[in-house]
Write a protein that binds this ligand. Sequence first.
Ligand code: ATP
Length: 210
Amino acid sequence: MIGIFGGTFDPVHFGHLRPLLEVQQALGLDEVRLIPSFIPPHRETPGASAEQRLAMLELAAAETPGFVIDQRELQRGGPSYTVDTLQSLRGELGEQKSICLIMGLDAFAGLDSWHQWQRLTELAHIVVMQRPGGLLAKAGAVAELIKQRQVLDVAELQQQAAGRVWFQSVTQLEISATAIREFVVHGQDVRFLMPDSVRHYMEAHGLYKC
Ligand code: ATP
């Protein structure tokens, strides 16, 4: 069973890494693929290019066995639709392999706005990690998805290759890339929010200073 986790990683931080490690261990994932999304050049934040986001992610992944980077969204360019990414992963991994699409609760709460979102559960399971401040609506399309697809036994994720929703409780870390970028702009220390290797890279390249 493999996990995939997409994001802008601008920059990667412990709010991504610690919960992901807990998901990896709880579900016994053979591999967690970190997939940085392409950002159109005109939307890129000052300082962090795609190459730099990738370099920071590589430094972070190098510290954890089983964490690997998948560059397909950067290579594809254009809008990074998760449904396209899953389709291409299915092609590579075959129909039998369980794929868990991992995301934070905030991302899951807005799932019904994603491109072709109803196809996501045809291609993968969805694994939701709690995130401070994340809230789920009690009604609506996402609530309905939970009602129809949530499972309470991990074994069910192994029995089928896709189609289930799993909630994973994880250590709650109220860290966001936005807050980190703001700390840097204000000249504040960002230690203990991300691996030192990532912080050193940010400092060496003067990232997010304006
Ligand atoms: P930004 O502040 O720039 O929006 P971010 O810190 O939210 O960035 P992203 O790269 O946008 O990070 O998020 C990628 C994925 O990581 C999303 O599924 C998001 O829900 C999840 N995530 C990010 N931070 C946390 C956290 N502290 N706890 C749990 N999940 C998180």
